[in-house]
Every structure is written in C-alpha cells, then in structure tokens.
Design a protein around this ligand. Sequence first.
Ligand code: FE2
Length: 430
Amino acid sequence: MSYMSGFGNEFATEALANTLPQGQNSPQKPAHGLYVEQITGSPFTAPRASNQRTWTYRIHPSVKHKPYEAYKHPTLLGTPFGDIDTSPNQMRWDPPAYPSKPVDFVDALTTVAGNGDSFAWTGLAVHVYAATASMDRRFFYCADGELLIVPQEGNLTLRTELGRIDLKPGEISVIPRGIKFSVLLPEGKARGYVCENYGQPLTLPDLGPIGANGLANPRDFLYPTADFEDESGPHEVIAKFGGKVWCGEYDHSPLCVVGWHGNYAPYKYDLNNFNTINTVSYDHPDPSIYTVLTSPSHPAGTANLDFVIFPPRWMVAEHSFRPPWFHRNIMCEFMGLIHGVYDGKEGEAGGTFAPGGYSIHNCMSGHGPDAAVVEKAMNVDLKPQRLESTMAFMFESRYIFRPTQQALKSKALQKDYYIAWQGIKKMFSR
Ligand SMILES: [Fe+2]
C-alpha cells in the first residue's frame, strides 16, 4: 500500500503503465481502451486556490447505470433538521451498541444531529456507526457533502474510486462529495463518527503568528494511489442526494479507475502527527489552537465546521486553572472521544464520557469541567504533567446542532448529564 503525501496537491497516479495522457487531459482515444471522466468538486470558475477537479481514466463512465430508486434507510437522515424542538440543555450520549446481526457501514449510519441546509451548501450532519459486516458489491457516495470519517474502534478499509485507504482509530479520512467507496471491516466490526460537511471543503487553517509550521503539517496528509477492479455483474450504489437515500444498480464495479490526476481526492491523516501548540507560561489558549481542518464560511473566522482535537500533550501552565475552563460560546460543539479520558470529564456523576460516546453543547449553553475535576484542579500541586493516552475531538459549527428525534429517543441519551455540575460548591466569601 502506497500513498502520496501533501495537502490538496496536484497528484498523478496510474495502476497500469502509460494510462495517463501526456500534455492533454482528454485524448480522442485514451490508452488501454479507457474512458475519460472529469470529477469537479468546485464550481468551474472557483479561484485557482480553491478549484478542485480530478481527471479519471476508467473502464466504464459513471453514467452507465439503471435509474436510482428510493432506498429505505431507517436511520440516515438529511436536512431539514428540527423535527423536534432543540433545547439549550447540555446533552450527552453513551456509545452506540453493535447490532446482533450483520449490518454494513452504510446501513449502520445513524444521524444524531445536524444543522444548516444541504441544498444551500451550509451546515453539516453528524452520524455514528456501529457496523458488523463488510460491504459486498455495494458502494456509497454522498452528493450532499464531503464525509469526514473518525474511526473510534476497529480498522476500516476504504476502497474508493481513486484508490484504497487503510484506516485505524487515531486516523481520520475525508471522502470528497461524489466519490464512490466501499467499506471493509478487517476485524469484523467497527464503530465511529462521520461528519457530513455540506459547506466549503475542509482545508488547513491559516497559521497567523504561528508562522509556517505547526498544527497539522501538509506532508502528513496521505492520498491513495490508483487501484482498480474489472468486475462485471450487479453492483449496488447507495447515494445520499438531496437529503434522501437512493439506490442504483450498475452492471460493473464503479471502482474501475485505472489512473487519475488532479487535486480532488480522498485522503487520510494520522492525528498522532498533530504538532500541538499550547501555553508555556500561564492560562489556557482557546481550543482553536487544536484545529486540524476547517470548512470556512463568510465572514472569515465563522467556520461552517472546525475539526478540533484534544491530543496527548504536556500541561505546564503555572498558577493556572488547567482544565478547559467554564465557558459559553457563540459556536456550537459536538464532542466525541476516540480513546482515553477527556481532562474535563473525569467524574462519574451524571454518567461518563466514554470512548464512542458524544455530547452537544450548543450556542451560549454553559459548560465546562465537572464537579470532580474542578475540585482537583483548584487544589493540585502544579507540576509539568503529561496528558497521556487520550484523543478527544470536536466538530465545532457556527450553526446550532439539532439532535434528531431518533437520538433524543435513544436509550443511549444520558438523562442525568446535568448532574455532572450539580456538585460544584459555592465557595464565595466576603
Ligand atoms: Fe466548549
């Protein structure tokens, strides 16, 4: 398995020698009897820095399929969200349980929250999955948004049109809009989170005064090399389009791209490569310091989606309250935990923040460390401390996360989450 490194570079890869034409994109008769198809992920006239397209050289053009029909997916939902009123309450869920029968990645997708409007390229949806079967002659693509996949348990093999990505917990992958893929479970089961980003494609954040280096370095993003299969017979393609789920039959595998060149392609990134920057004097910087990828919106700085992590790191702040402080925020936060313990949530009152679980703290709703953490943090003897073996993350959005009815009715919802803060003592004295 080989990958090409760099973020959004112009890559060129072929699984058969002499597949890619030299000097032009669409020759009259492409090599090896292939068809040429361009996949464009930005408007044609997007500025050069944000213009994304890839030329594919494939055995069959994508247009060759029977008509798509509605697919009865019980748990994968789209906009508009808000079939139930969204309260300002803090909300937290236990990890999703694995089904007792075989359920593959696409059928396992369960929408827990969303916002914005996929028809207007704003907002996002958050899905979780607990899958127990590989996809067999079945493929998925999402026209409504790009998919940010965050595995929490179990490896995934993503067989995409543009090549294969092996993914393990601690790594993330982004599948651009429209790219077809199939998910294999090498260990038989897998669980995790998927953010469906309706907005501008995720990109690296600007670094400002940090300078040229730091946070996620471009060379650590890995793109697959061309890898095709030449399979005939019925193949099922599940499509997320217009907020609904559809199914189309193909007489061939859509993974028939023998070579491609361009900058619109899936990629993966190992979160352990994140160059974490933090205080070496006092206090606690805003969590934006941990931004891996951002989907910008207007005006600048109001992200449609920020993907933020809380990685292992040294904590050395002097005479400071080191855990995440109490706060209220115009931005809305969906938080998940890949492994370990999140440093603001160590208590047991009101339930626990378990790996695979998730929480929502919406616009201007108060949140922060639980009672057990507060007491400890105020009294601990402050020494340099290594926060080990932990990886939490946040999908942060300018738009209010609207939990779905199925999430609010789920047994996984922790009804007593608020109790986590009820033990915070009054210490005021004049
Ligand atoms: Fe927060």
